[in-house]
Design a protein around this ligand. Structure first.
Ligand SMILES: [Zn+2]
Length: 133
């Protein structure tokens, strides 16, 4: 079986991945304008301040949009078919691309409440995913 491509943590994302290993979902909060942002990056998406802090999200959200994958985009995903790729809007307001799991693909709907769960895919990387709340 082919290995899946795995995210590679780097300077701006390392705290996010480290927290995920401890089953915590971190997003960034700007200390200048107060806005939350995801994905992690070096400056605020709104005011370009580099004064950012990490904030532990509650892990609750709703399905903003989704697609059900019936064809694997990479050989490593063949055994997961069909699987759900979704954009989840957290209650903090940011949107994350993720997978919905523990969910029948025929039962997903936009606006469905979901809750984070953590999938330790390697020793170094744990992927935050979502399941129906
Ligand atoms: Zn800002």
């Amino acid at each position: 079986m082919a290995e899946k491509p795995i995210p590679k943590p780097y300077q701006d994302t390392a705290p996010y991945w480290e927290a995920a290993k401890n089953n915590q979902l971190l997003i960034q909060k700007c200390l200048s304008c107060g806005d939350y942002q995801f994905y992690p990056r070096g400056v605020c998406h709104r005011c370009l301040s580099s004064s950012l802090s990490w904030f532990q999200a509650a892990g609750h959200g709703t399905v903003y949009t989704f697609t059900v994958n019936y064809r694997a985009p990479h050989p490593g995903f063949v055994d997961d078919l069909p699987f759900i790729t979704a954009i989840v809007e957290l209650k903090e307001g940011v949107r994350m691309m993720t997978n919905l799991v523990q969910c029948d693909p025929e039962q997903v709907s936009i606006g469905m409440p979901v809750r984070v769960m953590f999938d330790p895919v390697t020793q170094e990387v744990t992927l935050p995913k979502f399941r129906p709340a």
